[in-house]
Design a protein around this ligand. Structure first.
Ligand code: SF4
Length: 392
């Protein structure tokens, strides 16, 4: 029974880049903290009851930080009441009017997000930075390809990754000159390749944690696929300390999509992973029925166990050996593997019960060896980032 669990082994070669830690309302972002999942509300912020109802549904789905937009004084005025009624850190999102940022910070918010490119100039950006510094509030400096400064567009011709990174480094230098370091950075674009290259370029040059996302991804399911395509390369590179999946409409499905992407990239594994073959003409059991029953009985379970259920002997034994638990099925029967070893021969009708029994035994054994966790994730590697000279 000794020896490391296969689930952990799979992650060992993929370390996270080291970023500094920024605390947002008691939730650590960056460093060895898990990649935090966040979302944004959709009703007008001054409609407190609707906003709180949505935030509670987001919390229930696993959202760890929530952002609300603050375009008008009545929205800023609602922040105190919203904060009172929710349990996760509250972020206020400001565009265009730096006075809204200043007003929002008079309320008990946990973080402010601004896009310095549209806040009305460097002097206004400095005013917001100084107030955040004095209040001890963290800030996301969110550069967006759609609102890059004119001089950078003139210099580079279009909002390319070097332009995005030069923009964010410019604002970081200003903030640092004000002795303000409680910063999270985003470099969003609706173009996946621009976003990927911008974050990669940034990651070579600074160590403020990153908020990653593909902006304006659109309507699911395509938006989820697009977000996964844009974020997975970054997550696998070890980039990304908090993320938001932007989906059109109700934000609650964003949370499941974010955790699925984190699970598939093995950045945060918080529930069982079920590996099933697509089935084909070789299949000799009711695999779809078995998977449906197993999924149902595993619902709500937090153990990050990897279970494979394959329909025949072509890949069944090989996959089963790679998983924590696996079934290689044959004609009306199957073999259960645990940590690569055969532990049981079962008939098709006993398969689900037997597998669930083995899950319980596996959990007990892992607990006895002090290895049972409710989440597996990748920790920071030894990489250090060095600020390179800015291209002027
Ligand atoms: S494991 Fe067997 S049944 Fe399943 S897809 Fe592969 S060949 Fe077909």
């Amino acid at each position: 029974m000794d020896g490391p669990a296969p689930t952990g082994q799979a992650d060992s070669g993929f370390k996270r880049h080291k970023t500094r830690v920024v605390e947002v309302g008691g939730v650590g972002i960056g460093g060895d903290n898990p990649v935090r999942v966040q979302s944004m509300t959709t009703p007008d912020t001054f409609h407190v009851a609707e906003v709180v109802e949505q935030i509670r549904r987001l919390e229930e789905a696993g959202c760890e930080l929530v952002r609300v937009t603050v375009p008008k004084p009545e929205d800023a005025a609602a922040l105190t009441e919203i904060k009172k009624q929710i349990n996760i850190p509250l972020i206020c999102d400001i565009h265009f009017d730096h006075r809204m940022a200043l007003q929002a910070m008079d309320h008990p918010v946990d973080k402010i997000r601004i896009n310095p490119g549209n806040i009305g100039g460097l002097d206004k950006f400095r005013q917001v930075v100084r107030k955040a510094r004095d209040k001890g509030l963290p800030m996301r400096i969110g550069v967006n390809a759609g609102s890059l400064e004119k001089d950078l567009i003139e210099k580079y011709g279009y909002p390319c990754p070097p332009a995005m990174v030069e923009s964010v480094l410019r604002y970081l230098e200003i903030a640092e000159a004000e002795k303000y370091h409680s910063i999270i950075v985003s470099l969003k674009s609706s173009d996946t390749l621009t976003a990927i290259e911008s974050y990669r370029l940034y990651a070579k040059q600074a160590d403020y944690p990153t908020h990653i996302g593909i902006t304006e991804a659109g309507k699911p399911p395509y938006a989820i696929v697009k977000s996964a395509c844009g974020l997975a390369p970054l997550l696998v590179d070890g980039i990304g300390d908090t993320m938001r999946i932007s989906l059109l409409g109700d934000p609650v499905p964003e949370i499941a999509a974010a955790y699925d992407i984190l699970q598939a990239t093995r950045r945060r594994v918080r529930r069982p992973e079920l590996i099933a073959c697509p089935t084909c003409g070789r299949l000799e059991i009711d695999l779809e029925g078995i998977i449906a029953q197993v999924e149902k009985r595993l619902e709500g379970k937090k153990t990050p166990i990897k279970i494979s259920i394959l329909g025949c002997v072509v890949n069944g034994p090989g996959e089963a050996k790679e998983a924590d638990l696996g079934i290689a099925a044959g004609k009306g029967k199957g073999v259960i593997f645990k940590r690569g070893e055969i532990v049981r021969h079962v008939k098709e009708e006993e398969m689900v019960d037997a597998l669930l029994e083995e899950v319980a035994i596996w959990e007990t054994e892992e607990a006895q060896h002090g290895r049972l966790v409710t989440e597996k994730r990748v920790e920071s590697g030894p990489q250090q980032r060095h600020r390179l000279p800015m291209t002027k």
